[in-house]
Ligand binder design. Structure first.
Ligand SMILES: [Zn+2]
Length: 263
């Protein structure tokens, strides 16, 4: 197995730490457990290895449970009515959802091509409007393309941060904050569905500000209207979020989760 690593050509571009993780999947019919298949003169990673690496990236990304099944393909536009209009924007609910879907797919394509401006996406809508689905679909696409993602549920993140603060004080920044700050792509789900205190505002500002300064993109979902943001998360963060990327509203007539139960 040690020798195997020497056969991996440069063009596969596997990071050193990944090479060490390649396991011997005895019984794989394609590579007979070597992890490598030959196509003509070219050696490439067997699909069994790609699946293992994807599974590992998914775990590191915090993409458990139902999140893993949310994709662009099963983002159902029929939940967004064509007979209701967002008057401010002059588009129907359906058109707005189509725009959000297109922007999300586009973000993944651009990122994968290496076009990285640090610009992200803000998905804005009430509970059950499909914004978490779209954010998870972005994460799943990027993971599949081999990128590093961290999916953060903001209210849970703040709770965890508070616990570590109570236990250790604020002298050393928690590992969780470090991971959130430095993830290649950070998904911040449900911003605004938490208590608003100077402490939570400060933590969110620290995170968002750091990422913007380092051109690291965030995909954010929020139930907050733009005009509510200043009060809720602080004027400084609100203004940085507006800088961060385009906002896409997602509106439905009825909570999609409730509609699914009735189907
Ligand atoms: Zn294999």
């Amino acid at each position: 197995m040690d020798n195997l690593h020497n056969f991996i050509p440069q063009k596969i571009e596997i990071k050193e730490e990944r090479k060490a993780e390649i396991k011997n999947p005895t019984g794989c019919p394609f590579c007979q457990g070597t992890g490598i298949v030959l196509e003509g003169d070219e050696a490439r990673l067997c699909s069994c290895q790609e699946a293992l690496l994807l599974e590992k990236r998914r775990k590191e990304a915090n993409m458990g449970g139902a999140l893993f099944h949310k994709t662009f393909q099963n983002f159902n536009l029929s939940y967004y009515p064509t007979y209701l209009t967002i008057h401010k924007l002059g588009v129907t609910y359906r058109q707005a959802a189509e725009m959000a879907l297109k922007a999300s797919k586009n973000f993944c394509k651009q990122y994968h091509k290496g076009l990285r401006s640090g610009q992200g996406i803000l998905l804005q809508g009430p509970v059950g409007s499909g914004k978490t689905h779209l954010a998870a679909a972005i994460a799943n696409q990027l993971l599949k393309d081999g990128h590093q993602v961290f999916f953060l549920v903001v209210p849970d993140f703040l709770e965890d941060m508070k616990l570590s603060y109570q236990q250790e004080g604020d002298s050393s920044e928690s590992q969780l904050m470090q991971k959130a700050k430095n993830a290649d792509i950070l998904i911040m789900d449900d911003l605004g569905a938490h208590n608003f205190t100077p402490w939570t505002q400060n933590k969110i500002f620290t995170l968002v500000n750091y990422r913007l300064n380092h051109l690291l993109p965030c995909i954010i979902t929020t139930n907050l209207q733009l005009e509510e943001m200043s009060d809720a998360i602080g004027a400084r963060t609100a203004s940085r979020l507006v800088e961060m990327g385009l906002t896409y509203p997602l509106l439905v007539e009825k909570d999609i989760r409730l509609q699914k139960c009735l189907e």
